[in-house]
Write a protein that binds this ligand. Sequence first.
Ligand SMILES: C[S@@+](CC[C@H](N)C(=O)[O-])C[C@H]1O[C@@H](n2cnc3c(N)ncnc32)[C@H](O)[C@@H]1O
Length: 244
Amino acid sequence: MTADASRFWDGYATGGYDALMHLLPYEALQRRVLALAVPQEGHLLVAGTGTGWLEYLALDRTPRLQVTSVDFSARMLERAQRKCRRFPQAHFVHADLCAPLPFPADTFDAAVMCNVLYALPDGAAAVREVARVLRPGARFILTDPLPDRDAAVVRRAHLAALRALPWATRLSRTVRMLAAAPALLRAQHASRRIEAQAAARYHFRTGAEAVALCRAAGLIVCEEETAYAGQNWLLTLTRLNETA
Ligand SMILES: C[S@@+](CC[C@H](N)C(=O)[O-])C[C@H]1O[C@@H](n2cnc3c(N)ncnc32)[C@H](O)[C@@H]1O
């Protein structure tokens, strides 16, 4: 099952995943997560790296940060590593998020898990593991798509955001997006496969279900909001400070 799943993500890594950044709501999601999660220094854990956009943006603006990214897809990790090659403080680890993480307790000052939870057969165990490796008081940003998400809403939000840009930026973004159209079509095909298998293989949660899962893992919910044009829930969490 795990080998099967990682093969799917390997295929998505070479099949257009990187091009999602052309979609303005997806870029806005990454930037929102970044704004909430990234400390000025310390050690950030990215659980489920994908092709490494978040790490790239984080290290580009916060050079004193250390980032460790975990993924079980070798192809995703290769892409992320290539993207971040000018940052020696970026580390990439091939590991399954549903198994114990290869880090001691209390290692990280912040953590991010963006659009990953739904894909995990044991999401609760993965969240418990992230909580274990966080330092007490550290911040954890967790976001995932809602069960009743609608891709058409995201497309409309993309067009509205595009129209709101200054004309020169709008033009250059449109040209770049047209150039990326084949990759975006491949990405659309992969995300249709996710939708087709949503009931059997993936587990999309409501915000309330996610809150319950996080509390059971010993996390405190600081803030709840929506993101990705209202199609994701997003939680700002922290680990209970046992010594307080
Ligand atoms: C939809 S992508 C999200 C990537 C990135 N966080 C983003 O926001 O674009 C899901 C990622 O989770 C990874 N993943 C899925 N199941 C995993 C598992 N059991 N262990 C480690 N990584 C996993 C996939 O390989 C993929 O890179």
